[in-house]
Design a protein. Structure first.
Length: 64
């Protein structure tokens, strides 16, 4: 029941990282996503504001 509401996001560092990081295996029943919406704020895996600004502009355009 809990897994249906759960999402997994893995944040990626900006810039050149010479370290090779082994990512954990995905959990069974938990979907991996590249962006989530929490409290009406869109958060992507690169921690940039582009997806949030795009969502705001899209909703503002629909109101006009």
């Amino acid at each position: 029941m809990l897994a249906t509401k759960s999402r997994e996001i893995i944040f990626q560092a900006r810039g050149n990282c010479n370290k090779i990081v082994q990512l954990p295996l995905p959990c069974m029943g938990i979907e991996q996503v590249t962006q989530i919406t929490a409290l009406d704020v869109v958060i992507n895996d690169h921690m940039t504001a582009t997806d949030h600004v795009t969502a705001l502009l899209t909703s503002s355009t629909k109101l006009l």
